[in-house]
Write a protein that binds this ligand. Sequence first.
Ligand code: HEC
Length: 126
Amino acid sequence: MSACGAGLRLSAGWTKLAAAAALFGAALLTPAQAASASDMRKLAESQGCFSCHGIHHKKVGPAYAAVAQRYAHNPNAAAILQDAILNGHQGTWGVIPMPAYAPDGYLNPRQALDLAKWILSLQPKP
Ligand code: HEC
């Protein structure tokens, strides 16, 4: 799937979401899967997430691929990451805190869950 860029692979969940999105605007989404992942990337960009996170590189915060790996076998992963994004978090990866995105209305719970699922779908570099 090198066409998706940065060695990303899309999970089955995204495939379903993309199929739903395709019902709305099939002509705009080619391919539909890549549009969903790139929407999340754009949202993360617009929120400044990449100033502290890389997909594959640790910055101030952990690499997203490392987050995906850490929670790969955790059935509550999406909810845990959604909560971290909305309410902030500290102590899992070090002493520097992750800022909260809910209080000022930056992100709603749905957006945070979508971002969490996108992060969990990221694969380590081959
Ligand atoms: C000011 C720097 C900064 C920004 C901006 C930032 N983060 Fe973080 N993030 C961190 C740090 C530091 C941690 C590690 C927190 C810890 O150790 O628990 C973290 C952790 C995380 C985690 C893992 C949480 C866990 O429980 O393991 C996720 C997911 C995450 N960030 C997503 C995001 C998203 C999405 C955005 C943008 C909406 C974002 N971050 C913006 C610094 C940042």
